[in-house]
Write a protein that binds this ligand. Sequence first.
Ligand code: ASP
Ligand code: MG
Length: 444
Amino acid sequence: MLVMKFGGSSVANREQITKVLGIVRGQAKRRPLVVSSAHKGITDALVRAAKEAAAGRLDAETVLARQRAVAGELGCDAGLLEPLYRELSDLLRGIHLVRELSPRSLDFVSSFGERWSVRVIADFFRREGLPARAYDVWDLGFVTDATFGSARPLSSFPDAAKKAVAAMPADEVAIVTGFVGKTVDGDITTVGRNGSDLTATLLGAAIGAEEVQIWSDTDGVMSADPSVVKSARNIPEMRFEEAAELAYFGSRVLHPATLLPAMEAKIPVRVLNTNRPEHPGTVIEDRAQNPRDVTSIAYKEGQLVLTITTTRMFGESGFLGRVFEACARQGVVVDVVTTSEVSVSLTANAAEPLERAAAELQPLIEPQGGQVRIERGRSIVVVVGQHLSRKPGLGAEILGAVARAGVNVEMISHAFGSINLSLVVRDEDVGKTALVLHQVLFEG
Ligand code: ASP
Ligand code: MG
């Protein structure tokens, strides 16, 4: 079987959904199971409606009108979604009444986008002559824990999914909700924003799919962000570890947690473009061979750097341990770390926890006249590639290019045998840095 996931822009309207129909039809022989997001913009509109209701402004009509417009365009019967429309209106009225939006209610409201979209898509496919049926993913055993906003399926899911899928009529395409789930008590949950990809890989792993396809609006994973680097190009294949690195560092295409289930189950993930289905996209798998020295360049802006300078570090054991203990206590998520004999710098992306950690560390170093400081507005630029640690001169090439562009590199990190090299630069230099790196590494 094949799991095909279509994102919000792929199912935005009739024009896009017609493209999806053609793509799914073309794969009919591989027994596709379709996972769909909400139509583009609907989840945002639902979240907004929920927050507004809690703030005393009740408006169900704005989001309902948007959904009705898509359903109407597709020629769906006006009654098709009526019960679900009523359910949302009641729910928003309840939130408005109590002026309170719990994570549980927010997940409940957010879930309607996918529950609507699968129903109108299946209905449209049927009328266009492709037998299809809509499923809420919990009908396939997707029972989750009660961590609203980032719920995960229970260990019962794989078996339940296999049974449910085996019982599906073979001549029908299943159109399944991404993003949502349900607890054993029947409360609706979500796996997190942009989480439909994760639903797709979890489902693919559970049923042992031959492949999980992620259909979106770029030609697979690109060598850099095409909106910054015009000459960015497609990466035909890459390994899970490379893709995971990029997903984490802000590559817009994949959600960081998405790849784990596929990686564990050794199921290839293919990233494809709904608007150009003939393009081969990117395949992410275990044994991918990437002939290039470098796979891709990605970056994260708006980071902070904490630097501690103290002679206490000199020849003493346990100092770094205390620094990281303070970070752990204060909930600092550390990305890049560099150390020398008398200083340590680390990056993080949230100011408050880092400030608390800095305050906690201050007394530790004060007696020796050291310093704790925080720099803001920094970017981590990461170069990812399988050959980074094996090819002499690559690091020099990278740093040389950045230096020639007049950018000052404030931190560098490259671990033993690692597939990434990270640089920290000022936010205002990040575009320039990505551009020159792309030039020397991809266009040379
Ligand atoms: N519709 C959800 C969102 O917008 C999930 C997804 O699109 O993957 O976050
Ligand atoms: Mg989306």
